[in-house]
Ligand binder design. Structure first.
Ligand SMILES: [Zn+2]
Ligand SMILES: [Zn+2]
Length: 135
């Protein structure tokens, strides 16, 4: 799959090749605050499959093992990288030119979900990470 996207202003652009995986809608409070949105959709690709084609985003540590990136010009949330999973990187689904390409397959961090975010899509829900499982 050939995935292309970028930030709101167009300064940061990327291409990703290969099969996206772990597509999710994350309800954690970090994603929420950083994006200014009630939940943030992410999908993963192999880290070496992602190539920046415009300006590179700015990276920062949002917690000890998590590095995120955003556009320095417009602030769009772009990537999430967890040191525990060094070979993969998450891309904000809504930064795709066509976000319909990679619909979420589940909900993560539903223990932090806002009370007014009502889900009716029937997708699996995980209290925290998918790796931590259903309980
Ligand atoms: Zn931008
Ligand atoms: Zn999150």
């Amino acid at each position: 799959m050939n995935l292309q996207g970028g930030c709101y202003c167009g300064a940061v652009r990327y291409e990703a090749q290969g099969r996206p995986f772990n597509s999710t809608l994350c309800h954690c409070s970090d994603c929420r605050k950083l994006a200014g949105a009630p939940a943030v959709a992410w999908f993963s690709v192999r880290r070496d499959a992602l190539r920046w084609t415009g300006r590179e985003p700015v990276r920062f540590r949002s917690s000890g093992h998590v590095e995120r990136s955003f556009c320095p010009a417009c602030g769009s949330t772009l990537t999430f990288h967890d040191d525990h999973w060094p070979d993969e990187i998450d891309i904000a689904t809504a930064s795709l030119d066509d976000p319909e390409q990679v619909p979420p397959a589940d909900h993560t961090y539903v223990r932090s979900r806002l009370g007014w975010m009502k889900m009716c899509d029937g997708l699996p829900e995980y209290p925290a990470t998918r790796a931590a499982g259903k309980e």
